[in-house]
Design a protein around this ligand. Structure first.
Ligand code: ACM
Length: 521
């Protein structure tokens, strides 16, 4: 009886299994054509722990890794993979495409190939297959909030690996918030020394009166972040840093009250959850501070996109501040609330002057210059409005992509962010509007794990998986069927198990299928 065909997540856009298989063994060698060396290095690195296969280079190797400019039509990330009984050919126009193909090859192997330690008794058979694969969206993101709860860099690297396995390509690191500042800035060491530690954390949702009495702290070194960027790049993942402003700045203002609206006021790093009233001031030294912070961010993170937050910024402090009122008048703004778009616009200019693309959370993008890329997160129609306003948009619609929400209504579902249930099906169904009549363009989609209620990796794993697999499936393939995904995720779970992922439920509590369709099996 033939072995069951591997279930691939995300589903390739064109996939045909053929009879037979290719076996990788100690004699298998790689023919690595010029430009394909980084992909060969990653393949060896990923397969070594479980398989111990040396995959030596050889000009006659039956396993060929090739850059092929004729495949330019497949774009930056597309690839072709042919597995025959006596040869494997992985081709792409760009190295990134080869990196994506390697992740497919890992999934075609027995699941033991993903194990962290030796599994030497396994026959490393790859089923014969013909794949041509091109992603639907260029931005397939995962936001990890390391501000509410710090995650050591080893943990972040692990998520990079898990993202790469699922062909997700943007790690959005939410580095700063009211409750913690994790980005080292040489000119302002107090940001991490003071802003990186809070005295305790609220227990339960925003508004609770209960606190745990346990200090929480952590910050990265610059070397750790630089190393992370390189590690991610070798896997075809871009790290997009976020420094959230002008709101969500309480931790920075605990370290540097002089950049706030009431410099004489002493603040703690926030111990509560929810939206904080404390925001940056609009005096020139505050802009100098922000530009200095961002210049260090630009040194560490080569990403074209730099996220400057912009969300949840109550403007009561500006209304109460004579300095802010005078500034709004001097700039000819209608009121102090309009300082928000003006603030972000000024900082956006700074990023543009340095060749980067300012990126912000937004409802519709109103108040933001069109050159901002926006992440729409509130209502589905906001995405369409932002596109019409001319923005490039990443859809982070909270009812489909906020993975801090519960994933089921089951009584054993752990308590998390109160609000909607975002089940596996809702994530898999999420399709951003993709009209051609809009001025902007949809870049893709992104899932977020906010970590108020996820202090450590086991909870982050639980929240992220398998919903992140669903997001990856939709974002890469574009139109995968729900029944097909449900079948595939059931077997994909064995891979997650090999990787030590403590995932959430593999089903969904929505009983009726709303779509159907056959997928290759
Ligand atoms: C957000 O959830 N405040 C972007």
């Amino acid at each position: 009886m033939p072995a069951p065909r591997p279930a691939l997540v995300p589903l390739p856009t064109q996939l045909s299994f053929r009879p037979g298989h290719f076996t990788l063994d100690a004699d298998s060698s790689l023919r690595v054509l010029p430009g394909a060396e980084p992909a060969a290095a990653l393949l060896r690195e990923l397969l070594a722990p479980a398989t111990g296969l040396p995959l030596r280079p050889s000009p006659e190797g039956p396993f060929v890794l090739a850059l092929d400019l004729d495949l330019g039509g497949l774009g930056e990330e597309g690839y072709g993979l042919t597995v025959a009984p006596d040869a494997v050919l992985l081709r792409a126009a760009h190295t990134t495409g080869l990196l994506r193909g390697i992740q497919t090859l890992r999934q075609l192997l027995p699941v033991e190939a993903l194990a962290p330690g030796p599994r030497r008794a396994v026959a490393w058979k790859v089923p014969c297959v013909e794949i041509t694969d091109v992603p639907r969206h260029v931005w397939r993101g995962f936001l990890l909030d390391v501000a509410r709860h710090f995650q050591p860099v080893s943990q972040v690297r692990r998520y990079v690996d898990l993202m790469a396995l699922h062909k997700l390509n943007v790690l959005h690191l939410h580095l700063t918030d009211d409750q913690g500042w994790r980005m080292p800035v040489a000119a302002y060491p107090r940001l991490t020394e003071v802003g990186g530690r809070r005295a305790e954390s609220m227990v339960g949702p925003a508004g609770s009166d209960v606190f745990d009495g346990v200090p929480h702290q952590g910050a990265y070194t610059r070397a750790e972040l630089s190393e992370l960027v390189g590690y991610a790049a070798a896997r075809g993942v871009t790290v997009v840093p976020e420094i959230d402003m002008p709101g969500h700045m309480r931790a920075a203002l605990a370290a540097h009250p002089e950049f706030g609206n009431f410099p004489e006021r002493r603040l703690d790093v926030w111990t509560r959850w929810g939206v904080c009233d404390t925001i940056l001031g609009v005096q020139e030294p505050t802009f100098d501070f922000v530009r200095t912070v961002l210049d260090e961010v630009l040194d560490v993170f080569p990403s074209p996109y730099i996220h400057i937050g912009g969300d949840e910024c109550p403007t009561a402090e500006w209304a109460a501040s004579p300095v802010a009122r005078a500034r709004a008048a001097a700039e000819g703004l209608a009121d102090t609330a309009a300082l928000h778009g003006w603030f972000l616009g000024r900082i956006g200019d700074h990023l543009i002057e340095r060749g980067r693309i300012p990126t912000a959370w937004a409802e519709t993008g109103e108040g933001l210059p069109a050159r901002f890329t926006v992440m729409t997160w509130r209502d589905p129609e906001h995405t369409r409005i932002a596109l019409k306003r001319g923005h490039d948009v990443v859809s982070a619609q909270h009812r489909a992509t906020y993975l801090d929400y519960a994933q089921s209504v089951r009584p054993d579902e752990p308590k998390g962010q109160p609000g909607d249930v975002v089940d596996l099906r809702a994530v898999h169904d999420h399709t951003p509007p993709d009209d051609t009549d809009t001025a902007g363009r949809i870049l893709g989609v992104q899932a977020q794990v906010w970590t108020e209620f996820a202090p450590a990796a086991d909870r982050v794993d639980y929240l992220a998986f398998p919903r992140l697999c669903a997001l990856a499936d939709r974002a890469w393939h574009g139109n995968p069927s729900w029944p097909g995904f449900r079948d595939r995720i059931a077997t994909h779970a064995a891979r997650l198990a090999e990787l030590g992922v403590r995932h959430g439920p593999l089903d969904t509590h929505v009983p009726n299928s709303r779509s159907s369709g056959k997928e290759p099996s």
